[in-house]
Every structure is written in structure tokens, then in C-alpha cells.
Design a protein. Structure first.
Length: 233
């Protein structure tokens, strides 16, 4: 059954609905990684991570604050991701007869910790899409952090990918560029919540609120650490 699903995914990739796709098991997450609600993962065994590469030209326009073009791109890509995860859920539940739930690209039930129902970044890292950098972002080997992510959790018996093992090393590009001074020179470990130790969330959130109020940006976005990462260039 999973083969027909994988064929469907390959078609979605060929159609450029999304750019990256990988699968993680969930056993290492249950009871360890923070979820909202805490029993979110109980019915599921796998997580599907998908990502869309952000437009390089728009990111390269960013200087010391987010732009309106970046906000528009952010909204458009999130909508595409949510459409893609909805299509995946429909395929799994209606055609294959398994359980599946889409976790939206951007939804923060815990805005103070900038936390969604589950960490898309943690799932993507565990699925081998990239490593979590000092910025707390997933870093893809080709796209760097210039990705938006979404997740589908399911009990469909899919083959799992291996976690990515790369690292930032001595690079401090995001640390030097962060307008909030929120990024510490700490290499996150493999765990989902470890990135919180590398980023001062209070400083980051304060700067995002400032951007929102000063430049009329409708979302808590910045994009500066995304732009400067050498992996994305």
C-alpha cells in the first residue's frame, strides 16, 4: 500500500508542489519531545516532513529588517504547504485507509515559546532533511535554512530516513547578523528542544514585535539569519 503513496509523493515532487520530503519514526519523540496536546502523537508511528525552498531573490533583498515581499512570500509558501499536507492526508486516509493528521506550517498554540503543536524542525532533522543550526533553524545541505516546513503524522508503515549529522562548526554568520543579539555560539544537540538553549527566545520575540509594529509586518518574522547562512548561498 505504501508504494502507491510513494508514487503519489513522487508526482507531487515532480510537479514542484514541494521540494523536500522525508520520513521520521516517532518512537524517539513520544514522552520526550514537547507536543501540544501532550498525547498528540499517541495514535501515530511516523512523521512526514515536507519543505518548500524560499525564493532566493526575495530573501536577498532583506537587509536589517523583514520586507513586505518577504511577508507575502511567507504567507504564500505556508498556504502551499498546508495544501500539500492536506493532499497527503487525503491520500493516506481516503485511498490507503490509514490515520493521518496535518500539522500546519505556521500555528503557535504556545506563542511565548514560539512553539507549534510539534516542532517541524525537530521532525525534519530526525528525518534527515538537515541539521539544526546555531540559529535554531533547520539547515538543508543545498537550501540552507531557506525552507518552510510542514508535517503530517500518520500510522502508514513508511520507510524511515536517517537523521542528518552535519553541523555549523565555527561559522558565526547568523550570530553576527542577528539584530536582537539573540543567538548564542552553541551547537544544538540532536534533541528537539536543544535549539532553545542556542537562541534567547525573549530577545528574539521582542525584536519580532518591534519589526511588526515599526514596519507593519503582519507576522512574527525576521529572515535575517535565514538570509546570511552560507549553507543557503
Amino acid at each position: 500500500m505504501a508504494e502507491s503513496f510513494e508514487e503519489k509523493v513522487k508526482q507531487l515532487l515532480d510537479d514542484k508542489v514541494f521540494d523536500v520530503f522525508a520520513v521520521s519514526g516517532l518512537e524517539d519523540f513520544k514522552g520526550v519531545y514537547p507536543c501540544i496536546p501532550p498525547d498528540l502523537l499517541d495514535p501515530y508511528t511516523k512523521a512526514i516532513s515536507i519543505g518548500i525552498h524560499l525564493d532566493d531573490a526575495i530573501l536577498d533583498e532583506i537587509k536589517d529588517h523583514p520586507t513586505n515581499d518577504y511577508e507575502a512570500l511567507y504567507n504564500a509558501v505556508n498556504a502551499r504547504l498546508d495544501e500539500a499536507t492536506a493532499a497527503i492526508v487525503t491520500e493516506i486516509t481516503t485511498v490507503l485507509g490509514y490515520k493521518a493528521l496535518a500539522i500546519p506550517a505556521t500555528r503557535e498554540p504556545d506563542p511565548e515559546r514560539m512553539m507549534g503543536s510539534i516542532s517541524h524542525k525537530a521532525i525534519a532533522r530526525h528525518a534527515g532533511i538537515g541539521f539544526i543550526g546555531k540559529s535554531g533553524l533547520i539547515v538543508h545541505p543545498s537550501f540552507g535554512p531557506r525552507l518552510r516546513l510542514a508535517t503530517v503524522i500518520t500510522d502508514l508503515p513508511l520507510e524511515e530516513n536517517s537523521p542528518a549529522m552535519r553541523a555549523c562548526g565555527t561559522c558565526t554568520a547568523c550570530i553576527d547578523a542577528c539584530p536582537a543579539g539573540a543567538i548564542h555560539d552553541i551547537e544544538p544537540e540532536a534533541g528537539t528542544a536543544d535549539w532553545e538553549y542556542s537562541v534567547d527566545l525573549e530577545k528574539c520575540c521582542t525584536k519580532l514585535i518591534e519589526f511588526r509594529e515599526t514596519f507593519g509586518i503582519g507576522h512574527s518574522i525576521c529572515g535575517i539569519c535565514v538570509k546570511v547562512c552560507p549553507w543557503g548561498k
